[in-house]
Ligand binder design. Sequence first.
Ligand code: SF4
Ligand code: SF4
Length: 112
Amino acid sequence: MDSAKQGKAKKKASLSDSSAPDDYWQKKLELDKKGIQLFSQTVYANWCKSCGICIALCPKNVYDKNETGGPVVARPDECIGCRVCEVHCPDFAMSISERYPDRRISPRAGDD
Ligand code: SF4
Ligand code: SF4
């Protein structure tokens, strides 16, 4: 076997030895099988003018109101990713993205 092929074989072996990628995809596949998709909601507080549109329009009641009338993400797992809040926000202060199961299998160095 030439050195390039040996290198590829070594890389493949080291990937299959690690349980981390399998564990990650296993979680993702289990959620997909159950038809569960998770989403995260990001509110850019500096841009938000607390009009309350996102709170009023969300069909899943994901947000509570803070003291100024702006959104607080209270029930993130209820989100169905419809993006009604994102597209109706007049100040582009809202962002919805798919949330995958935690990719971090073990704590990073320096984390407590
Ligand atoms: S719709 Fe936009 S500006 Fe209005 S409260 Fe929601 S995030 Fe803030
Ligand atoms: S994407 Fe839809 S369900 Fe999710 S928080 Fe926004 S309006 Fe609510």
